[in-house]
Design a protein around this ligand. Structure first.
Ligand code: UDP
Length: 328
């Protein structure tokens, strides 16, 4: 049986394909390559197409014996989602509906879903646990929450079991050096800081210095992309063993401010990395830190790289070796 990975040419998707491959799974990938990179797919059979195209889903489910899906294919930029929410509803929500209907039609009843901490919005307390309230502050988080809820109703009606993994800030690259982060345009803090270290950008913009945090900048929970990938594989195992639908947070449980990330990157790279203080970015909560107790207990997941320095070091190796990402 094969695992279908939608969005498997993207950043977290490609690392998950690598993790599935390392343990000998058969892998089928669907990616429209709008943001993904063909070169990032280091194993499996790639179909280039869109979730919203019934013909390509029919072809995949007819040509392969799929028993589980890991669903990454989505737009995922907070800032963009505030400007063009319709794009997010169409690709993320409608795209997921198309996928679930096809899964149901072909009798595939296991899905691991790439969700997000953005489903919580501004948390009442940190670390956040899975039972805390979900009131997204941006359209991206709202669409991911809608996707989670849609999966629940497909469980109630059709017995499709889902595990939603709500994660915090992915960073770092695969140890092999073959895959890493390459978004066009790049909007995420860690790669932007490292691009500034490489001299590809004149400086890093710090979005907001007036948050209610110790140094005034936003706090996030950074997690190594390969640790995230491992959690997806464990979630597939759990569904295959007959477990019920569930939601798990994935994070290190420790928050770092934007300024701390920049300072750590200065240490790791030995570069100056100029920073410019700017206004807040719309839709950003002040603090997002996860409690991942449930994932640790129920999935048996344990992040192997919980030090920010190690995560940034891993990202730095990739950026230094591949300053133009997959373009080289
Ligand atoms: N951020 C920043 N400058 C940048 C990019 C991001 O100050 O050029 C901040 C952003 O406001 C947020 C944190 O860094 O508080 C992490 O943002 P990122 O886009 O990496 O991930 P997100 O938290 O949106 O998933």
């Amino acid at each position: 049986m094969a695992v279908l990975v939608t969005g498997g040419a993207g950043y977290i998707g490609s690392h998950t394909v690598a993790a599935l491959h390392e343990r000998g799974e058969d892998i089928v990938i669907l990616d429209n390559l709008q943001q993904g990179h063909k070169e990032a797919v280091i194993a499996g059979k790639l179909y280039v197409g869109d979730l919203r195209d019934a013909a390509v889903l029919d072809q995949i489910f007819q040509e392969n014996k799929i028993d589980a899906v890991i669903h990454f294919a989505a737009n995922s930029l907070v800032g963009e989602s505030m400007k063009v929410p319709g794009k997010y509803y169409h690709n993320n929500v409608y795209g997921t509906l198309c996928l679930l209907e096809k899964m149901n039609e072909y009798g595939v009843s296991r899905i691991v879903f790439s969700s997000t901490a953005a489903t919580y919005g501004e948390p009442d307390r940190v670390p956040i646990d899975e039972y805390d309230r979900t009131v997204p502050t941006n359209a991206y988080g709202e669409t991911k929450l809608a996707m989670e809820k849609m999966m629940n109703w497909f469980d109630v009606a059709h017995g499709v079991k889902s595990i939603s993994l709500r994660y915090f800030n992915a960073a770092g690259a695969h140890d092999s050096g073959k895959i890493g982060e390459d978004h066009r345009p790049e909007t995420h803090l860690v790669p932007i800081v490292l691009e500034a270290a490489l001299g590809k950008r004149p400086h890093v913009s710090v979005f907001g210095t007036d948050y209610a945090t110790a140094d005034g900048t936003c706090i996030r929970d950074y997690i190594h992309v390969s640790d995230l990938a491992d959690a997806h594989v464990l979630a597939v195992d759990r569904l295959r063993s007959g477990a019920d639908s569930a939601v798990y947070n994935l994070g290190n449980g420790q928050g770092f401010s934007v300024k701390e990330v920049i300072d750590t990157a200065r240490k790791v790279t030995g570069k100056e990395i100029p920073a410019v203080f700017e206004a807040r970015r719309a839709g950003d909560p002040a603090v997002l830190v996860a409690s991942s107790e449930r994932a640790r207990t129920e999935l048996g997941w344990k992040p192997s790289r919980d030090k920010l320095e190690d995560i940034i070091e891993s990202a730095w190796k990739w950026h230094e070796a591949r300053p133009n990402g997959y373009a080289e």
